[in-house]
Ligand binder design. Structure first.
Ligand code: ZN
Length: 457
């Protein structure tokens, strides 16, 4: 048993039901679980490990990222894909992604996780849907376990290639029986349904234009046979996606999802930029979640998701940076600020999204989307996942009368401390679990090699 005390917190955002924000707060942790939260003067004065923040930091629950493709860290800003919309962007990048190997999966997962953690993320979901060469999801899981981030690994898949009317090349799709067998293997090997679990599994056929309705139904049946295994896919990302659904299935995306059994509290869909009003109402009634990825949606000119309308219908919404090749950053604080700004632009309403609204999406919103009641809030019995940001820096100057709002209005930088599962993974702005310069060099070398092979093919 070990204990941790973080004390003299300038502003402590609990994100509890009463939305308490404490001045001179403290957190007391035993092993990986929060035991007490309150004023520094009311909490134990000693612990095995003590961090005195000297009244300079804002502390809040670790942010939750609900949609990503870590492997795309290796193909950011590819010149031919810089100015493409979704389908052209995908068809430009598929041939490069075909060069991905297990080593690339491992390096990119650590690179993406490092970037996320430094921007405040403590729990992330990732969606790996291509398995060329020797790629498996195991490499990604091992990489994330080594860096120490709480992780929801999605066994993605593509089974409908060009010759069957899908978007991806035939060489990148898998047989459905192989996908299902590997999905079952991964669930049985890795899925941990216990409270405070560091690793859970999700089944995630990639999108309506790359998998069959059979695979959607069978994946749903398999996931639902195991407690806590969730379902995730892309839906209604842009107008071409809607047109594909209408032409191929005769259904708009929300009705397509319903027809294959993909509405429910155990399902969350990425993007939903072009979700109809009826579908939004259905999502709300069924508790179907949405991963809102505003930077990717702007970058690919997909549109702006109607998040205020979704929240009014009680749709669970979390934030996602989406893949690093369609953002092209993996900064979750920046994503939160973008979500905050773009909601106002969409509705021409400066009150459509407040700073505190978007912090809710980034914490408890994401936790709910991932089906978790043990993260997103700082309270006794919750997992010890929290971040600290030093307010004594240029981006907060002149804003200390409301540091909580300033975190969204003014700051898109990095965190100074991050604790995940009670372990200090960022210390004074530096990752403690990986040698970052070495990792960046490996990622750069691998990315060059991946592009070179694609060009010389
Ligand atoms: Zn995506």
């Amino acid at each position: 048993m070990s204990t941790l005390l973080v004390k003299n917190i300038h502003t402590l955002v609990m994100m509890d039901p009463a939305r308490q924000e404490l001045s001179n707060g403290a957190i007391f942790v035993r092993d990986h679980v929060i035991e007490q939260v309150g004023l520094t003067s009311d909490l134990p004065q000693s612990a095995d490990e003590v961090l005195d923040l000297q009244n300079r930091h804002i502390v809040l629950p670790g942010l939750v990222n609900t949609h990503h493709h870590f492997y795309q860290t290796l193909t950011r800003v590819v010149p031919a894909a810089q100015n493409c919309d979704l389908f052209n962007w995908l068809t430009t990048l598929y041939p490069i992604w075909a060069n991905l190997t297990a080593e690339g999966v491992y390096i990119s997962a650590q690179m993406a996780a490092a970037e996320l953690i430094l921007s405040g993320c403590t729990t992330a979901s990732d969606h790996l849907y291509i398995y060329p060469n020797d790629c498996t999801l195991d490499s990604e899981i091992q990489a994330v376990q080594a860096i120490g981030m709480r992780f929801h690994a999605s066994r993605g898949s593509m089974s409908v290639g060009e010759s069957l009317g899908g978007l991806p090349p035939d060489s990148l799709v898998e047989k459905e029986i192989d996908i299902l067998n590997d999905s079952q293997r991964l669930i049985e090997q890795y899925h941990d349904h216990s409270r405070h679990a560091m690793l859970r599994m999700t089944l995630a056929p990639c999108s309506p234009f790359s998998v069959s309705q059979d695979l959607m139904r069978e994946s749903a049946a398999m996931a639902r046979a195991y407690p806590g295994v969730r379902l995730h896919t892309h839906l209604a990302e842009n107008t071409s996606d809607v047109e594909y659904s209408l032409a191929t299935f005769g259904l708009i995306p929300g009705d397509y999802a319903e027809s294959v059994g993909w509405l429910g509290e155990d399902v969350w869909h990425a993007h939903c930029v072009q979700l109809s009003d009826d579908s939004i109402a259905k999502f709300g009634r069924t508790g179907t979640g949405v991963a809102h990825c505003p930077c990717s949606n702007m970058r690919l000119a997909s549109g702006i998701a109607p998040i205020r309308k979704m929240l009014n219908h009680r749709v669970p919404v979390g934030l996602g940076v989406d893949g690093s090749a369609s953002n092209d950053t993996g900064n979750l604080l920046q994503e939160a600020r973008s979500a905050f700004l773009v909601a106002r632009v969409r509705d021409c309403d400066a009150a459509a999204m407040t700073a505190r609204d978007v912090l809710e999406l980034a914490t408890i919103g994401g936790a709910r989307v991932l089906g978790r009641d043990d993260i997103g809030t700082l309270a006794p019995g919750m997992s010890a996942d929290f971040i600290a940001i030093d307010l004594d820096r240029p981006s907060f100057a002149g804003a200390l009368h409301d540091p909580v709002a300033a975190l969204i209005f003014c700051h898109t930088g990095s965190v100074d401390y991050s604790f995940i599962h009670g372990r200090k993974v960022v210390d004074q702005g530096h990752l403690t679990t990986v040698d970052l310069p070495v990792l960046v060099e490996k990622a750069n070398n691998y990315a060059v090699q991946m592009l070179d092979i694609a060009i010389t093919r």
